[in-house]
Design a protein around this ligand. Structure first.
Ligand code: FPP
Ligand code: ZN
Length: 334
């Protein structure tokens, strides 16, 4: 008997697009703090404040802003602030610019910035600037373009970019020195182009009104080359696709006004296929174990893609757009 399909010249049908498992992701994030018997919970103690930022941001973008106990979060973050103003990754952990930014983002999202000493946070951030314009991550001095972005974003969110103690022209000059021949940016001058470093450098230049230092066509081309056959994006040539790059690449393209240079339906499918249908949460790629970091950046990536039912995310601050508008930063101009 002949197979009817033998003569059918139409292309094979794509499998149905998985749906976004909103309720399961909410439950997954709510359960994270109950896993105190898991080794991983303790191994990631230094990331607890960052984890709160990823989890609470994902919940806000999913449209479930009340899924975590707000007052418990605020009390906890207050306990993480140190005498020098910096905020640690957990209670009794040394302050760091990464956790300081995360805490500021969470408190602003929940409209509870009043709970911490903001002047002291600013003192801490200002104390981290180096003579070359860069910022260190903490008092030990390691520097990286990530830390510059965190410092500049903190000052921007706190409306203290006009603090006379910082020299932001030097910061712009430093970021420009991190630009490579391919249009991308690295973690320091001469560092290899990497899509996440592109996000932090383009984000810094956007906040500081200095995006004219970027060749948007050249960098947009390099970013669009990050999309692989699977639809997923990688961070550098020859690397595997990874859901978190949906954020680093797409947000950068958004700031450069070239988001349409990515095949949106294919990327949407890749992110949705990376969901864990049993536990909730999103992994770095289909079939892997989910974590809150990739869950957040997957959901924020879908939001940038305009996925139905999601709250709009701001491409610079990676926070709900309505929050950025509430504090008057008007980032939708970018
Ligand atoms: C990839 O790291 C990520 C980065 C280098 C950028 C991280 C950016 C921040 C912490 C700034 C704050 C961000 C937001 C959204 C407010 P990786 O070591 O996992 O890279 P790999 O994929 O090469 O391993
Ligand atoms: Zn990743």
């Amino acid at each position: 008997m002949s197979n009817l399909n033998d003569n059918d010249s139409s292309p094979p049908l794509e499998p149905a697009l998985p749906e976004l498992l909103v309720d399961q992701h909410v439950k997954y994030i709510q359960a994270l703090d109950t896993k105190k018997n898991d080794l991983e919970y303790w191994l990631t103690e230094h990331l607890r404040v960052n984890g709160l930022y990823w989890g609470s941001t994902a919940l806000h973008i999913l449209g479930h802003p009340d899924a975590l106990d707000k007052e418990q979060i605020v009390d906890y973050l207050v306990k993480c602030q140190h005498e020098d103003g910096g905020i640690g990754g957990h209670i009794d952990h040394d302050p760091h610019i990464l956790s300081t930014l995360s805490a500021v983002q969470v408190l602003i999202t929940y409209d509870r910035l009043d709970a911490i000493n903001v002047d002291k946070v600013v003192d801490y951030v200002v104390s981290l600037q180096n003579d070359d314009g860069s910022f260190s991550g903490d008092s030990w001095g390691e520097t990286d373009t990530r830390f510059i972005f965190c410092a500049v974003m903190c000052l921007s969110l706190l409306k203290r970019l006009d603090d006379k103690r910082v020299d932001l022209q030097k910061t712009i000059d430093y970021i420009v020195r991190c630009r490579n021949f391919d249009g991308g940016f690295g973690n320091s001058p001469g560092g290899e182009s990497h899509a996440a470093q592109v996000y932090v450098c383009v984000g810094t230049l956007t906040i500081l009104g200095a995006l004219h230092h970027v060749d948007a066509d050249q960098l947009g081309w390099w970013l669009s080359e990050r999309q692989l056959k699977s639809g997923g994006l990688n961070g550098r040539p020859e690397k595997l696709e990874d859901v978190c790059y949906s954020w680093w690449v797409l947000s950068s393209l958004s700031m450069l006004k070239r988001r349409h240079w990515i095949d949106a339906p294919k990327l949407t499918r890749f992110i949705l296929e990376s969901q864990d249908t049993e536990t909730g949460g999103i992994a770095d790629r289909p079939g892997n174990i989910p974590d809150v970091f990739h869950t957040n950046f997957g959901i924020c990536g879908l939001s940038l893609l305009g996925h139905p039912g999601l709250v709009a995310v701001d491409p610079v601050y990676c926070m709900p757009r309505h929050v950025i508008q509430r504090i008057g930063l008007h980032s939708d101009k970018h």
